[in-house]
Ligand binder design. Structure first.
Ligand SMILES: C[S@@+](CC[C@H](N)C(=O)[O-])C[C@H]1O[C@@H](n2cnc3c(N)ncnc32)[C@H](O)[C@@H]1O
Length: 234
């Protein structure tokens, strides 16, 4: 099935509000626990941890950033997003209880990131949830990972996977969004249309010269790109 990109930034205030109000808590917490397992001292994990500086790319209202800041409370967490409307929800929530997340910050930044000199200190972990399928040019995500991550950084990117065809796509919408309002069912179908396949992401990583990351299918609709970053030639 051909990829059909959807609008990139979520900067319409009503769209941002609807997203911020939606309850993704179960899947968000499951993602943070998955990250802890992949990089933690447990069977199957690499035991090296996430380190001191975590960046969350395309953080939106901060759903994952807040959970990372809570779960890895000794690390500094920075959420980046290009949408002022989305970040407004994140900064309002942080301002309401600043003592609860003392090492969490948010910053507006649009991918592709510009001047590398603006990012002098590398991050020990790069996380992103549900950003990749928004990007018209996916290399801007891999460029940001290459720019921001330290060699050996923990990288964990989670996103939808494009189904093989229209029937499979409609089956996913029926399975996971049956009770949702029509507008949300349509948005979900659009996001599945805009997502990438595993092979496409593997090709993107090779083109970006990023190694050490494995691309896996997760459940019936997700892709997970995860590992310790090595750059070409390193
Ligand atoms: C579906 S939301 C995901 C938000 C958050 N990661 C989460 O898990 O809830 C995608 C976010 O990516 C942001 N985004 C899309 N394209 C971007 C770009 N080129 N640069 C920065 N942020 C971008 C959107 O503004 C939006 O907030």
């Amino acid at each position: 099935m051909e990829r059909l990109p959807e609008p990139e930034l979520m900067d319409d205030p009503l769209q941002a509000q609807a997203y911020a109000a939606a309850d993704f808590s179960a899947s968000d917490q499951a993602l943070v626990e998955r990250i802890a397992t992949r990089f933690g001292p447990v069977p199957g994990g690499d035991g090296l941890g996430l380190g001191e500086r975590i960046v969350d790319l395309g953080c939106g209202p901060g759903n994952i950033s807040f959970r990372l800041a809570e779960r890895f409370s000794s690390a500094a967490v920075l959420g980046l997003d290009g949408s002022a409307a989305m970040l407004g929800f994140a900064t309002d929530r942080l301002a309401a209880e600043p003592q609860r997340w003392p090492r969490l910050r948010f910053q507006q930044a649009l991918l592709p990131l510009g001047d590398p000199a603006a990012w002098p200190v590398p991050f020990s972990a790069v996380v992103s949830n549900s950003l990749l399928h928004h990007l018209h040019e996916p290399q801007v995500l891999w460029q940001a990972v290459g720019l921001l991550a330290a060699e050996g950084a923990a990288v964990h990117i989670h996103d939808l996977r494009r189904p093989s065809g229209e029937a499979a796509l409609q089956a996913l919408v029926a399975r996971h969004a049956a009770g949702a309002p029509a507008v949300l069912r349509r948005d979900y179908a659009n996001s599945l249309h805009a997502a990438f396949s595993r092979q496409e992401v593997e090709d993107q990583l090779a083109r970006a010269g990023l190694r050490g990351l494995s691309v896996r299918d997760r459940d019936d609709r997700y892709l997970e790109i995860s590992g310790r970053l090595k750059r070409q030639g390193a």
